[in-house]
Design a binder for this molecule. Structure first.
Ligand code: LIP
Length: 270
């Protein structure tokens, strides 16, 4: 079986992200079609429809590949490492999208035997398309991007988020407090993929979130790494693909992760 060029995989990721993202943008009048409502989160009909748009592009180009999507009906953990697996978040920042906030995107990555080799994050309302392959530098709208030069946490802007388990007594808020007192500023913008891409382009210096999912960060992790930054899963949480994740410009990484008391989070299962 011949190798598939990373550029061909990236081109497909971009095509699928734009198909899903432009569809969501053009169907915004249907944001009231809510399929599932949680206390602090929602699933729109458009989440499912956009995932299907992306799947159609991906599997039309690569019928033998597998797709892991946020909106899959059944998600089971597996130690399998498929030859090619696409990881799709059709609308990252769904609540922002539903309120008419522009900070949302479609995130698509492809993993080869478990290693992300190409990724695209497309934000239609912010007009930003971030791309990276494992052998090329990251770009935004075709222009190369790099992480910031910020050396210390007290001069850093840290992006973070809170998932639907938002009880302030829970450990993630203790971590939020420590970021707020140690960083120059903390921002909660509601889209992990775009947050991490802002670390990649130097607008922010770090990102942390407990209770985020693989599909939120898979493409952006490669984008920040290929922009000179560092990103890592600090540990896995239940259910499958839910993680504690940090990304940075590399220079402040240890200062950032030293504020995360993993033991407190391991007791908190969310
Ligand atoms: C969102 C993430 C965000 C997180 C939200 C939500 P979704 O992803 O991008 O960082 O704080 O709780 O998980 O669910 O909109 O794709």
């Amino acid at each position: 079986m011949s190798e598939i060029a990373y550029d061909d995989l990236l081109a497909c990721a971009v095509e699928a992200a734009q198909a899903a993202g432009n569809y969501a943008r053009d169907q915004k009048h249907r944001v009231d079609d809510v399929k599932v409502s949680f206390e602090h989160d929602i699933k729109l009909a458009l989440d499912f429809e956009c995932q299907q748009k992306a799947r159609e592009v991906l599997l039309s180009a690569f019928p033998g590949h597998t797709v892991l999507g946020e909106e899959d009906p059944e998600i089971v953990d597996t130690d399998e490492m498929p030859e090619h697996q696409w990881v799709v978040d059709p609308i990252d920042g769904t609540v922002n999208f539903s309120h008419g906030m522009p900070f949302w995107c479609c995130s698509i990555a492809v993993r080869k035997k478990g290693e992300t080799v190409a990724g695209a994050v497309y934000g239609p309302d912010v007009n930003e398309l971030y791309t990276a392959t494992v052998d090329r530098k990251s770009t935004c709208n075709g222009e190369p991007i790099s992480v910031s030069e910020t050396q210390t946490l007290d001069k850093a802007m840290i992006m973070t988020g809170v998932d639907q388990f938002v009880d302030p007594s829970l450990p993630p808020f203790a971590i939020f407090k420590s970021f707020a007192s140690n960083a120059q500023k903390v921002r909660v913008m509601g889209s992990a993929a775009l947050d991490i891409c802002r670390v990649a382009n130097g607008a922010a210096d770090g990102y942390f979130e407990a209770g985020i999912y693989l599909w939120d960060v898979a493409a952006a992790q490669l984008i920040v790494e290929q922009a000179g930054g560092k990103a890592e899963i600090l540990y896995d949480m239940p259910p499958p693909y839910r993680i504690c994740f940090a990304a940075s410009n590399g220079r402040i990484h240890d200062q950032l992760t030293s504020l995360v008391d993993i033991s407190s989070l391991q007791e908190w299962k969310g």
